[in-house]
Write a protein that binds this ligand. Structure first.
Ligand SMILES: Nc1ncnc2c1ncn2[C@@H]1O[C@H](COP(=O)(O)OP(=O)(O)OP(=O)(O)O)[C@@H](O)[C@H]1O
Length: 257
């Protein structure tokens, strides 16, 4: 499904990704972990098209995509939920999701506001797609409520719904559980599991290692821009290089207190 072949990306003198190689099978739920600054978000940006690699190749179902703009990659089936993504206040939940669907249409969001009657059918289609997406994340009953003041757990689900409106085959989730309470985390984990079961290939970047190990079949570990381990949750969590990488971080010191 997704092949990343010796991809490197530098910012100034720093390698954010260096010779990163990984392969993700169709329908897989792959966890990606690593200490702060390991290069996880950079890797997502390279896959989704918000950054270009300096070298190496990225292929989606065999097709080279690393030089394509982000909106073309979205049309090819790559969806992303950015780290700390915000909802649009002043819009309803449904409208928030419809924005995601419009980004896939030719007309785009601005034109959507002045859509002539001939395009109303497309409008209805987008609305029903958005409603389906809200249903998938369990928010349909609140479709018409404003997004303002939505609890964080529901905001994350709304962002997932917005990404789903683009009908992704590959969904990149960047730290979707950060800041969530235990119950919200469990609900989100179940949602991610359901998405993968429905056939969406999922790449999950998450600091909550427990969540990643419980969800993923395989985990790729990055440290200082490089892949330092790749295997089953049991393999990577017992890998000395992984243990060492985590011991070097402030987060891990905190965990050991
Ligand atoms: N746009 C940028 N300009 C300069 N340096 C950058 C940029 N984006 C990332 N970096 C650097 O690249 C490295 C990898 O950053 P990245 O955000 O990809 O790591 P991460 O694993 O997602 O970290 P975190 O877990 O803290 O979100 C870091 O050293 C970071 O400072």
């Amino acid at each position: 499904m997704l092949t990343i072949d010796r991809v490197s990306r530098r910012f100034g003198g720093v390698y954010a990704n260096q010779d990163v190689t990984l392969e993700v099978a169709e329908g897989e739920l792959r966890g990606i972990i690593g200490p702060n600054g390991a290069g996880k978000s950079t890797l997502f940006n390279l896959i989704a098209g918000h950054a270009r690699p300096d070298s190496g190749a990225i292929r989606l179902k065999g097709r080279r995509i690393d030089r394509l703009p982000a909106h073309v990659r979205a049309r090819l089936g790559i969806g992303i939920v950015f780290q700390g993504a915000r909802t649009f206040a002043g819009m309803s939940l449904l409208e928030n999701v419809m924005v995601g669907a419009h980004s896939r249409t030719r007309a785009g969001l601005v034109a959507a506001a002045v859509r002539p009657p001939s395009q109303r059918r497309e409008e209805r289609r987008i609305k029903s797609t958005a409603e389906e997406c809200l249903e998938r994340v369990g928010l349909l009953e609140w479709a018409s409520r404003p997004a303002d003041g939505l609890p964080l757990g529901q905001q994350r689900r709304l962002q997932v719904a917005r990404a789903l409106a683009g009908e992704p085959r590959l969904l990149l989730l960047d730290e979707p559980a950060s800041g969530l309470r235990a119950r919200e985390r469990q609900d989100l984990a179940q949602l991610i599991r359901d998405l993968a079961r429905s056939g969406v290939t999922v790449l999950l970047v998450e600091h909550d290692v427990g969540m990643v190990t419980s969800l993923s079949e395989r985990i790729t570990v990055l440290d200082l821009g490089r892949v330092i381990a790749d295997g089953t949750p049991a393999e990577v969590t017992s890998d000395p290089a992984v243990v060492k990488a985590y011991l070097g971080t402030g987060a891990d010191h905190a965990a050991h207190r």
